[in-house]
Design a protein around this ligand. Structure first.
Ligand code: CMP
Length: 139
């Protein structure tokens, strides 16, 4: 079924000027950008977005990294978009990611791992709402 998912191209990618290369891999995977914007997250916004991880040892570093430069947030649409996006991203840790995935190709390490993607349709709906209003999304 056609689904939507929330994607973030992270500060390690904007810093290296490779957002277009990442987007090309998402599009080649059959995903379509139906909303997109570039923004600088505040500490409060990054903490809220990643609230589910707030007890994890890496939370402080993650918030610092995600606020270290601009991000590109996107709503991606496609058949099975949540799972398809996760497939093309590859594993969280680039050393575990399959060849040809975005993280294997571009990620610097488990934290600076180039992209985020929603892990379920339910979280996708919540993460899309965090960044976009209905008016900003158009197929
Ligand atoms: P993401 O898919 O955005 O979800 C949580 C993020 O935390 C993850 O990608 C990484 O950028 C970051 N992170 C840093 N260290 C770890 C870790 N040990 N395990 C999982 N995620 C981590």
């Amino acid at each position: 079924a056609t689904e939507r998912t929330l994607s973030i191209i992270k500060p390690d990618a904007t810093r290296r000027n490779i957002t277009g290369k990442v987007l090309a891999m998402l599009e080649e995977a059959g995903l379509r950008v139906v909303a997109q914007k570039r923004l600088q997250l505040t500490k409060e916004q990054a903490e809220a977005f990643y609230a589910v991880h707030k007890e994890r040892a890496f939370f402080g570093d993650l918030v610092s990294f995600m606020t270290s430069g601009p991000v590109v947030v996107q709503v991606l649409e496609g058949d099975n978009a949540v799972a398809e996006n996760r497939r093309v991203m590859g594993a969280t840790n680039p050393v575990d990611a399959e060849d040809g995935t975005i993280r294997r190709t571009f990620a610097e390490n488990i934290e600076a791992n180039t992209v985020h993607g929603s892990d379920s349709a339910e979280n996708a709906a919540q993460e899309i709402r965090f960044f976009f209003s209905d008016l900003e999304i158009t197929g």
